[in-house]
Design a protein around this ligand. Structure first.
Ligand code: AMP
Ligand code: MN
Ligand code: MN
Ligand code: MN
Length: 277
């Protein structure tokens, strides 16, 4: 059985390891097919590809696109994309373009709550101005002693109704799927168990996703319980979607599911990687 992990982050977005170090860690964990899926950015793929080639594993070029659907932020992973395709490149460029302004507003919101310097602090953790995000703010807030760790930060800050949260309009669902498909990729609904929408909302999301050309959902992810794994395997079958498996690894000390250390897909699933391995 192949060990496939199709969702991971590097320092290009909000991961802690360089693309090459991420590949090394995945190899140590026994992964033989890895996708690098940085948020809204494909610039780590070349380094990851060279590292994977040197280590003898397969690298699937990927990206995780930030999308606004209804009043929710959802993430769409694009797998096996051509990272140079102009429609994808242009689309991701627009999505990244909003991040800097949003970060300035997040900094203002935290300053108003008595935490000055957060914008500059977050920027010092980001590897580019365009790719600054909530995780970089969270790392700054941990450094400032505002919370024990990144996941504790998210309970007190940076989420709806809390200081540092700024609502933001990302790509439309149909746009993100069309960029991915134009680039020859498969669109995958990421970590469906994480959206706070109840089962009616989830069904509406999956139906829209399927109608707009989405082809797979993450059934096994770093934060799904076994109950969720089986629930989403059933949903995948019901909506005629393929199934993906990915850790959503961000880095040591922050993600507790290491690359490749995941349950197998339930046997009713059609693996999204079947076509390429
Ligand atoms: P952004 O794209 O800037 O809104 O940041 C989204 C990222 O924040 C996600 O990809 C996660 O890496 C991180 N994140 C969101 N919610 C949490 C949470 N509750 N605990 C830890 N990290 C989180
Ligand atoms: Mn992230
Ligand atoms: Mn995500
Ligand atoms: Mn992710």
């Amino acid at each position: 059985m192949r060990n496939v992990d199709l969702h991971c982050h590097s320092t290009v977005s909000d991961g802690l390891l360089s693309p090459a170090d991420l590949v090394s860690l995945a190899v140590k964990g026994g992964v033989d097919v890895l996708a690098l899926t940085d948020h809204d950015d494909v610039s780590g793929l070349e380094e990851a590809h060279s590292a994977a080639q040197a280590k003898g594993i397969r690298l699937i070029p990927g990206v995780e696109v930030s999308v606004s659907w209804d009043r929710l932020t959802v993430h769409i992973v694009g797998l096996n994309i051509d990272p140079k395709h102009p429609r994808l490149v242009d689309g991701l460029n627009i999505v990244r373009g909003g991040r800097l302004q949003r970060a300035q507003k997040m900094g203002d919101s935290l300053a108003a709550a008595g935490i000055p310097g957060a914008f500059e602090g977050a920027m010092s953790f980001a590897s580019s101005d365009q790719m600054v995000g909530r995780t970089h703010f969270a790392r700054f807030l941990v450094e400032q002693g505002k919370a024990r760790n990144v996941s504790a930060v998210f309970k007190r800050y940076l989420v709806k109704g809390k200081p540092g949260y700024v609502s933001h309009r990302w790509a439309e669902l149909g746009e993100a799927i069309s960029w991915i498909r134009a680039a020859g990729g498969i669109a995958v609904l990421a970590h469906p168990g994480r959206y706070k929408i109840g089962s009616t909302g989830l069904r509406a999301l999956m139906a829209d996703f399927k109608d707009l050309g989405g082809e797979a959902i993450e059934v096994v992810t770093g934060n799904h319980t076994q109950v969720q794994v089986h629930r989403f395997a059933d949903y995948a079958q019901h909506y005629g979607l393929m199934a993906s498996r990915g850790s959503d690894y961000h880095g040591p000390g922050e993600s507790f599911t290491l690359p490749g250390r995941l349950a197998a897909l339930p046997s009713i699933c059609k693996p999204v990687w079947q076509a390429w391995t």
